[in-house]
Design a binder for this molecule. Structure first.
Ligand SMILES: Nc1ncnc2c1ncn2[C@@H]1O[C@H](COP(=O)(O)OP(=O)(O)OP(=O)(O)O)[C@@H](O)[C@H]1O
Length: 320
């Protein structure tokens, strides 16, 4: 049976006035909740309210059947771990020491780490893949490396509930995928529950069990694809020049389509890059266009060639 861990009832959050109202959600143990919305829609404000860092206008937040407004700081730190995207100044201590700070809710500054705590720290460094950084000074790391360290520190806190506000904002593509993969696996294997705010909407929809979408002061929660479809998320995130292409499954620039090209290709990397360059330069791939053939690593244009990619593009120039 699904066991609920978080229950939000009629919550209204904001500062001098509400930014988002009618927030209702139930989250079960082991869920990965994706929190999405445009810049300034209120994601961080909702997170701060969940953490008790920002007073709410009305409503209730129950974690493990307990209303969190009564919790003191120490209790919160034992129940909720958090990773923020804004990387503040970090002290000149080693990565290992910084990660070990995640154990503070359970121990006194002066006591030594016991064996089980050292194991948790080693395990978290391994999981996040930053063992090689453990003796480096935290203040000398790159933003991406530091972000991984902060994720390890949150894991060391060993809570069942982890909130991450844009945890991949400083990471390269490989590490973005790695972190989402790690969160997905932890949620599945350890029943830890994650709320992850992110602008990586495609990664969220691929990994989340539940999607929260904040838009124009309203809050929507549910099955990711259902919310994406009903709330027309991709259309909402599109702009005049950047649209989501449902065929390709990604956002793309919409350059003016100026010239039609009939593209005949084999399946090869050159075929891929030729198509890529054509679309990037505003050509429309169509049955009625001028013929471009890519075959066995060679490009032919209107029956002539072969040309290199650059020679081909010098010839085919878009219409002005
Ligand atoms: N401390 C504050 N006092 C007053 N208004 C604030 C404060 N922090 C944020 N806001 C305002 O609240 C609104 C929501 O901000 P919030 O940071 O929650 O958005 P967000 O969805 O997390 O945005 P982003 O995707 O850009 O991080 C914004 O209009 C912002 O200017």
């Amino acid at each position: 049976m699904n066991e609920s861990i978080l229950h939000i009832k009629n919550l209204s959050v904001g500062y001098s006035k509400p930014i988002c109202e009618g927030i209702n959600a139930i989250v079960n143990k082991g869920e990965l909740v994706g929190l999405a919305g445009k810049n300034g829609s209120g994601k961080s404000t909702l997170i701060k309210s969940l953490l008790g860092l920002q007073p709410v206008f009305s409503g209730e937040i129950h974690l493990n059947q307990d209303e969190i407004s009564n919790w003191n700081e120490a209790k919160r730190a034992r129940e909720i771990a958090v990773v923020f995207s804004r990387l503040n100044q970090v002290p000149a201590i080693s990565v290992e020491e910084l990660v070990a700070l995640g154990r503070l809710p359970y121990r006194n500054w002066l006591t030594k780490l016991d064996k089980s705590e050292t194991e948790i720290i080693n395990h978290s460094l391994e999981l996040v893949g930053i063992n090689h950084l453990r003796n480096r000074f935290a203040n000398e790391l790159s933003d991406g490396q530091l972000q991984m360290v902060m994720i390890a520190r949150a894991l060391v806190q060993d809570t069942n509930f982890i909130i991450m506000d844009e945890p991949t904002s400083h990471l390269d593509i490989e590490n973005q995928f790695k972190i989402f993969e790690l969160i997905y696996k932890l949620a599945k294997d350890t029943s830890k529950t994650f709320i992850v705010a992110s602008h990586q909407i495609e990664l969220l929809i691929q990994n989340a069990t539940q999607l929260w979408w904040v838009n124009d002061g309203a809050f929507h929660a549910g099955f990711p694809e259902q919310i994406a479809y009903e709330q027309r998320i991709y259309e909402q995130l599109s702009q005049e020049r950047i649209k989501f292409d449902y065929n390709k499954g990604r956002f793309q620039f919409q350059h003016l389509k100026l010239k039609k090209v009939k593209l005949i290709t084999d399946v090869s990397d050159l075929a891929y890059w030729t198509k890529h360059a054509l679309e990037r330069n505003g050509f429309e791939i169509s049955e009625n266009g001028v013929e471009v053939k890519v075959e066995k690593g060679l490009i032919f244009y209107e029956g002539k060639g072969p040309y290199s990619l650059q020679e081909f593009f010098d010839l085919i120039k878009p219409l002005k």
